[in-house]
Design a protein around this ligand. Structure first.
Ligand code: SF4
Length: 315
């Protein structure tokens, strides 16, 4: 499998680039996800020319447009960082990234809830790191997360599902061109999309239905934008249970009453969060194979990311 290219804050890879000369190695990112990913390391503070070690910095001023300032000597590094970041973004465009994992709680890299201090030294957790802000505004459709959120099982699954879906989407476009690509991709991803957002599922269905009226490039752009927006919305046990019951409908004729009862019980256990999603999904996969159900066989929902990542094994 060709690896997925992700940008990452360099210190998460274990490189000693932090202000104190240390690192923040994240073994899940390097050892587990790293099997599927090629990382493009970016350390804004070092790459904009600051030394290791260096004086620690924080954000100050207006939380919507804070300054990046050294904590003790009060040197303002904002312009230096912004000028560097604008050039780095242009270079990153050529990397064909599928997403970015930022270091949390950093005034340069943090994606959300970064402390911004006022003149009295009081802080509010409303800031965004300088690079993270410029990056997210530029790459609006890319999956972006911080490593802190990736320790939460549902956010981890969501992020990884998005990067694998983006990979399938780009591969589909690279293989052939035309509106048929969108139709085929959408058909295979219907249930996955439905598990995130019935509203987006409807919107995308309408878009695909009028695909012939839309110039191809515009269709690609519109479809990808809605797809990424849909997948950003988290699945829940309730949404997944609805989708699983919807899938069960495809076996209505074949399942014995005992099999139906068992499947409904397993889905219900999952809905009540007694067992993980892998339980009912495995049972549905079994029936897909047993009854050779053609529509469900192609549904990415049953296999959206490598099983070895165990993303559906949590309650
Ligand atoms: S958080 Fe960002 S700026 Fe700080 S050391 Fe890590 S990569 Fe560099």
């Amino acid at each position: 499998m060709e690896k997925i290219k992700l940008g990452i804050s360099t210190c998460l890879l274990g490189q000693n680039v932090r202000y104190d000369g240390g690192h923040r190695l994240d073994r899940f990112l390097t050892n587990t996800l790293g099997q599927y990913v090629e990382y493009v390391p970016v350390c804004p503070e070092v790459e904009c020319g600051l030394p290791i070690p260096r004086e620690a910095m924080h954000l100050e001023g207006n939380p919507n447009s804070p300054r990046l300032v050294t904590i003790h000597t009060k040197q303002d590094m904002t312009n230096r960082m912004v000028q560097w970041a604008k050039k780095r973004i242009v270079a990153l465009e050529k990397e064909d990234l599928y997403g970015f994992i930022f270091k949390s709680n950093s005034p340069s890299c943090g994606v959300e809830r970064i402390r911004v201090y006022n003149k009295k030294g009081m802080s509010v957790k409303k800031g965004v790191g300088i690079l993270a802000k410029i990056f997210t505004e530029h790459f609006r459709l890319l999956p972006i997360e911080d490593e802190g959120c990736l320790h939460e099982s549902d956010l981890r699954e969501n992020f990884i599902e998005r990067i694998f879906t983006l990979k399938r989407w780009r591969e589909a476009l690279a293989k052939k061109e035309g509106r048929g690509v969108v139709v085929d991709f959408h058909t295979a991803h219907k249930i996955l999309i439905l598990s995130h957002s019935p509203k987006h599922y409807q919107m995308m269905g309408k878009l695909v239905a009028k695909a012939k009226e839309i110039p191809t490039k515009e269709l690609y752009q519109q479809y990808q934008a809605i797809l990424m927006e849909a997948l950003q919305l988290k699945t829940t046990p309730k949404k997944n249970a609805n989708v699983l019951q919807h899938m069960m409908g495809y076996f209505k004729e074949q399942l014995s009453s005992d099999e139906k009862k068992e499947l409904l019980e397993v889905i219900d256990h999952y809905r009540r969060e007694d067992i993980p999603l892998i339980g009912p999904v495995t049972l549905i996969q079994h029936y897909v194979r047993k009854y050779d159900q053609p529509y469900l066989k192609q549904q990415v929902y049953l296999n959206p990311h490598p099983i070895e990542l165990q993303l559906r094994n949590h309650v």
